[in-house]
Design a protein around this ligand. Structure first.
Ligand code: SF4
Length: 270
């Protein structure tokens, strides 16, 4: 609706103010200030608490690693944003969501790679990009996979200092699917380039509304690999279709936790 179009009677009540979502009571709103990976300074956390105290009734830590302020009155939404001085997370609909990532080598004693560095770069580059449907991405700093990369549209697991595994086509929700191994042993620069190519490839070819976990089996993993990775220089070899078939016959081979972590499978707090 453009500025010239008169708002139908009663319709303006249904429109949410900038960066806000209408709640179930159809009167109040929630807002989510974006903090990549959920990382913030104590002062930033304090600021959220102060704004929440003034305008919200409830605070929720979301599954997307963000802090949601719930129960704001319409007239307070803009004031809350001004005081928070942050961008809204608010990216609903068919686009790349904020990237989830774990503490990685910056804080976690189990980590083998820099998930904060890579996750932040991915978040900056892709968050908000228009897609055929929502795209969820996560980065884990080691095989323990605290950010559940195996059930993301694109999941990345750090293997080593600058070596990552990329998984694609995973999903939770109503049609859960474990992601397929796309390629492993790629460095950070290559991860960014591969994600960029893959997302553009998916955007161009997927049916409207088709999620990555539907697109990958429909199009075929091997074909996507050839098209996306085929002309990239200096990539490690990826599994052949035969190796892939053998892998599926040996559950657990994809995530050999015991061999990678000396038997530890619990997740430590940072
Ligand atoms: S144990 Fe969990 S939090 Fe720590 S690096 Fe591994 S995946 Fe990240």
């Amino acid at each position: 609706m453009d500025a010239q179009t008169p708002t139908p009677p009663g319709f303006s009540d249904m429109l949410a103010p900038r960066g806000a979502n209408k709640q179930r009571d159809k009167k109040t709103f929630s807002i989510v200030p974006h903090h990549p990976g959920g990382f913030m300074s104590p002062n930033q956390l304090l600021k959220i608490a102060q704004v929440a105290q003034k305008y919200a009734t409830t605070v929720n830590v979301t599954s997307g690693q963000q802090i949601m302020l719930i129960g704001l009155q319409r007239e307070n939404v803009e004031k809350a944003w001004e005081e928070l001085d942050r961008e809204p997370e608010g990216l609903l609909g068919p686009r790349c969501r904020g990237v989830r990532f774990c503490p990685g080598i910056a804080f976690c004693k189990r980590a083998t790679s820099d998930s904060i560095g890579l996750g932040t770069l991915l978040d900056k580059k892709f968050r908000g990009m228009d897609m055929p449907n929502k795209v969820k991405m996560s980065v884990a700093g080691c095989y323990l996979s605290c950010t559940a990369p195996a059930i993301r549209d694109i999941g990345i697991i750090g293997l080593d200092d600058d070596s990552y595994r990329i998984l694609i086509g995973g999903a939770g929700g109503h049609a859960p699917r474990l992601a397929d191994l796309f390629i492993e042993g790629v460095n950070r620069k290559q991860v960014l380039a591969i994600c960029d190519r893959l997302l553009h490839y998916y955007k161009k070819r997927a049916n409207p509304g088709e999620r990555m976990h539907e697109f990958v089996p429909r199009f075929g993993l091997d074909r996507i690999r050839q098209d996306v990775l085929g002309d990239m220089a200096d990539l490690p070899r990826w599994p052949t279709a035969e190796e892939e078939a053998r892998r599926h016959g040996q559950p657990g081979e994809l995530f050999p936790l015991e061999t990678q972590t000396g038997g530890e499978t619990s997740c430590p707090l940072p």
